[in-house]
Ligand binder design. Structure first.
Ligand SMILES: Cc1cc2nc3c(=O)[nH]c(=O)nc-3n(C[C@H](O)[C@H](O)[C@H](O)COP(=O)(O)OP(=O)(O)OC[C@H]3O[C@@H](n4cnc5c(N)ncnc54)[C@H](O)[C@@H]3O)c2cc1C
Length: 495
């Protein structure tokens, strides 16, 4: 088998945005992802905030790439039809001590080159956000803050990369990376043999091997383990869990800005923010743990989130809670992004310690990783035959009646609403399956279309989406899953 020029381990936002950037060049690219879809790690469980950039310590990679990413993320999202809104952010002070904290953040923001930062007094603050607690005394306003769709961007970038020829292999867990012995280059020009474990059709585990010239480690909380497989054991990544509550659209306009709390002795505080889809998000907690797979929410964590969020917005209505979720931050011992060729293993490029602000920085991180690969010897020859954007996915719920009628006349599948809560049509589900890097299970359809994300949380649309998946993939419903092996939805049929 021909070797890959670059084999990317991890299909999170970093792997996907970098794969898209690399697909502009004449390279053979592979993405190996252990889950059944891209964007299911930290990229799925987070605040989805486009941070303005006043928080990271001045002089760090985080500070620099946050500032650049805050500017470049918006055009990237627009080109790929990914939801993005520059709603601005507020860090709210409740005490004189908090106010000093705001001044410190303002100062740091100015040093980081963040534009338009301003301190607001209580009157100005309450005029902007009437639902804020009456005892809020001041805020740091950052108009360049925003919100966006992280897994939508990940899916979109994977789609572009695959359309440009990259191979995406899901359910493919890398379990070995063997650098070739130094000295003679291998006849195929590769430096690495990568072993990955995947499920065979009968459910058994099988191992496949791949050859690669460069390996890009974008494995999130597992980046230290993946680097160690290749022989670089210097990294240490500790997961830090963040739990959230998501409220339905009745609460989605309670605030229009992302409302942070001034950091204090109790930690960085809990945010209250609208989402790009019109919901309201509150969270997260911050609790260190050892387990890199445990993303369960806890009663204590969610109670804490609710109590803290009510300090900012007392009118939060718990009857509007739709669901809860958690994500794991990849906290590195150096507390900065690690974006470099491993000094220990030639050809192994590291994208490690990508905790917040990793989402907003992702386009800048990808550019930097491309530069690191080029410096390490990857030849970059631009291709003429590539397309870096994609066709806009239909969002039926956003169309007016005339546009809906035209769509249905062209394809009657768009006249069949499968998800009533979010008004998602069969046509949209079919499209999500047929696109490059298309959906293969229920959650993948959900992330691409929002079918199942509404009030009933897929109670109504689940069997209908399964039917479409079964038809489109020519697969028995018994073989379909929620999110890959071990999560089947249909045990058998009652005849
Ligand atoms: C609670 C929380 C809040 C956050 N809020 C924000 C925010 O508001 N704004 C912001 O900018 N950033 C935020 N972040 C940070 C952001 O979510 C991350 O920086 C970003 O998602 C990291 O992306 P990634 O691709 O590096 O990791 P991931 O998304 O975790 O992707 C890594 C991928 O590698 C795969 N993988 C791992 N090991 C293997 C293996 N052996 N073989 C194959 N595949 C493997 C995983 O399955 C996973 O899909 C937050 C993070 C958390 C947890």
């Amino acid at each position: 088998m021909n070797p890959f020029d670059v084999l990317i381990v991890g299909g999170g936002i970093i792997g996907a945005v970098t794969a898209r950037a690399l697909s502009e060049y004449d390279l053979s690219l592979g993405i190996l992802e252990k889950a059944s879809d891209v964007g299911t790690g930290s990229t799925k469980g987070n605040s989805a905030i486009v941070h303005a950039g006043f928080d990271p310590v001045t002089g760090t990679l985080k500070a620099r790439l946050n500032r650049i990413g805050n500017e470049t993320l918006e055009p990237l999202c627009r080109a790929l039809h990914v939801p993005f809104r520059r709603n601005g952010s507020l860090v709210v002070a409740f005490t004189p001590q908090d106010r000093l904290e705001l001044e410190r953040l303002l100062d740091r923001g100015r040093q980081n080159g963040i534009p338009k930062l301003a301190l607001l007094d209580a009157d100005a603050l309450h005029a902007l956000e009437p639902a804020l607690a009456p005892n809020a005394v001041a805020a740091l306003h950052a108009p360049t803050g925003g919100i966006f769709g992280p897994y939508e961007l990940t899916v979109a970038c994977a789609e572009v990369a695959v359309a440009n020829g990259a191979r995406l292999l899901t359910d493919c867990r890398v379990v070995g990376i063997r650098p070739d012995p130094a000295g003679e280059p291998a006849p195929d020009g590769a430096r690495f043999t990568v072993t990955a474990r995947t499920h065979a059709r009968d459910g058994s585990l099988v191992e496949e091997t791949y050859r690669a010239r460069f390996v890009l480690d974008a494995a999130g909380v597992f980046a230290d383990d993946v680097a160690a497989l290749a022989g670089d054991a210097r990294l240490s990544i500790r997961p830090r869990k963040g739990e959230y509550l998501l409220l339905d659209k009745r609460q989605g306009t309670l605030v229009s800005h992302t409302v942070f709390q001034a950091p204090g002795p109790m930690g960085k505080g809990v945010l209250v923010s609208p989402t790009v889809d019109g919901n309201l998000l509150i969270g997260p907690t911050a609790v260190d743990q050892d387990d890199k797979e445990d993303t369960a929410t806890t009663a204590e964590g969610l109670a804490y989130v609710l109590a803290q969020a009510r300090r900012s917005v007392p009118a939060l209505d718990t009857s509007a809670v739709l669901t809860s979720f958690a994500g794991l931050r990849a906290v590195s011992s150096g507390h900065d992004f690690v974006l470099e060729e491993s000094p220990v293993v030639k050809g192994l490029v590291l994208a490690a310690g990508i905790e917040s602000p990793g989402l907003v920085s992702s386009p800048a991180i990808a550019d930097r990783l491309v530069a690191v690969l080029a410096d390490a010897g990857l030849p970059l020859v631009r291709r003429a035959d590539v397309r870096m954007d994609r066709d806009e996915p239909v969002r039926f719920r956003e169309l007016d009646d005339a546009a809906r009628a035209r769509l249905i006349a062209r394809d009657p599948c768009y006249g069949h609403v499968l998800c009533r809560c979010e008004r998602v049509t069969e046509g949209e589900v079919v499209d999500a399956i047929r696109r490059p890097a298309g959906a293969r299970d229920l959650d993948a359809v959900k992330r691409r279309t929002r079918a199942g994300m509404g009030r009933c949380q897929s109670g109504f649309c689940l069997p209908r989406v399964l039917e479409v998946l079964s038809r489109e993939l020519a697969a028995e419903e018994e073989t379909l899953t929620k999110k890959g092996p071990g999560s089947s939805l249909v045990d058998g049929r009652i005849r």
